[in-house]
Design a protein around this ligand. Structure first.
Ligand code: PLP
Length: 362
């Protein structure tokens, strides 16, 4: 008999990151991962190369320089920053640090599937609550929460919805949660929110039961380096660090992220570039008969078809042209496809293909 996996491993599905079956000879347009389409800044890359030669040594376990760079950039307390090997690692570590088997976790219905996965890994019981019109609905969350709810996890803006709840709503949600319930807010797309609409949530963490998570994978385009961070109440820092694998953020990742976060001028210009491409893409799809783009505050757009069959049909049509979008069955949106905003040229090509599909015989 071979060794049995843990019950926990046995019960979990494998996280599927992508689906790439594509015809040979067709150029791949990979728009299913929400990666950045903007080329890496050479000055950022140089920072990584500079430290690579010293990588025989372990990285700084405390990520001091990176925490300092983040703290100075966003006017935060560096003692309350936890760096991680991507935001997903941070989520898993937080789940293992704060959840016991049987604990109750509340998650919006269309939220990033990984939230459920980490809660289940920790043995928690997940309650999914309905969203309203593709928006996180705080009344529904509050209805599902009671004194025994250990954690609420949501992404703002949401993935795959792309919709954003303004700070007032989050403050209200927080003010009506029991103080023993931890509110985990994933801001992987926070930097993409337009103009004056975005208000930082970091100050909410002063209350002791809020964690705000950020990633270097999306706006900074450093997905391959695996860096994220959390802004936490002090007690959360302590227990999270106890559970986290030591030295999990590589020296190369720490170095490039520290340079990137200080280069907000580049980040701002990336943002403007992406916003313009997104605007053009959505405008071209508006008013089409078979598909409706959802207004987005992120680097992707959710496309809603008239039925699941139509979504599958469009997905297959686009794949024949090398275009890979992301289907959304796992989060209850089988009639939708999510399109990452790529380069202007890519998005023109995608929009043209969708227009062509809309004009096709059914
Ligand atoms: C992409 C994404 C992440 C992943 O972040 P990493 O830093 O690459 O681990 C986390 N949360 C949401 C909602 C995402 O869409």
């Amino acid at each position: 008999m071979s060794p049995a996996p843990s019950r926990r491993a046995n019960d979990l599905p494998r996280y599927v990151h992508s689906d790439i079956p594509i015809l040979p000879g067709v150029e791949l347009i990979q728009l299913s991962h929400n990666e950045s389409a903007i080329p890496m800044r050479p000055t950022w890359m140089e920072a990584a190369i500079r430290v690579a030669g010293a990588a025989v040594a372990y990285p700084d376990v405390e990520c001091k320089l990176l925490r300092q760079a983040i703290a100075e950039t966003f006017c935060l307390d560096n003692q309350r920053i936890v760096c991680s090997a991507g935001l997903m690692e941070c989520l898993q570590t937080i789940a293992l640090a704060w959840l016991d088997p049987g604990d109750k976790v509340v998650i919006p219905q269309h939220a990033f599937v990984f939230f459920r996965q980490v809660a289940k890994l920790a043995g928690a019981e997940v309650t999914l609550v309905p969203e309203h019109d593709l928006q996180v609905d705080i009344e529904n969350i509050l209805e599902a929460v009671d004194e025994s709810t250990k954690m609420v996890i949501l992404a703002n803006p949401g993935n795959p919805t792309g919709t954003y709840l303004c700070k007032e709503r989050i403050v209200e949600l927080h003010s009506r949660l029991p103080s023993a319930t931890l509110l985990v807010i994933d801001e992987a797309y926070g930097e993409f929110v337009q103009g004056g609409r975005y208000q930082p949530l970091f100050d909410l963490t002063d209350s002791g039961n809020v964690i705000v998570l950020r990633s270097f994978s999306k706006m900074y385009g450093l997905a391959g380096f695996r860096v994220g961070w959390a802004y936490c109440p002090s007690a959360v820092v302590e227990y999270t660090r106890r559970v986290q694998v030591p030295a999990i953020v590589s020296s190369v990742a720490q170095a490039i992220a520290a340079v990137a976060v200080r280069d907000q001028a580049s980040v701002h210009s990336f943002k403007l570039e992406m916003l313009a491409i997104r605007r053009g893409f959505i405008d071209r799809l508006k008013g089409l008969p078979r598909i409706a783009p959802v207004e987005s505050e992120t680097n992707f757009v959710l496309l809603r078809a008239k039925s699941e069959t139509e979504a599958v049909n469009l997905d297959e049509f686009l794949r024949q042209r090398g275009i890979v979008l992301r289907r959304q069955m796992a989060v209850g949106l089988g009639d939708c496809l999510r399109a990452t905003i790529g380069t202007g040229e890519q998005m023109n090509f995608v929009a043209s293909a969708i227009v062509e599909w809309c004009g096709k015989e059914r």
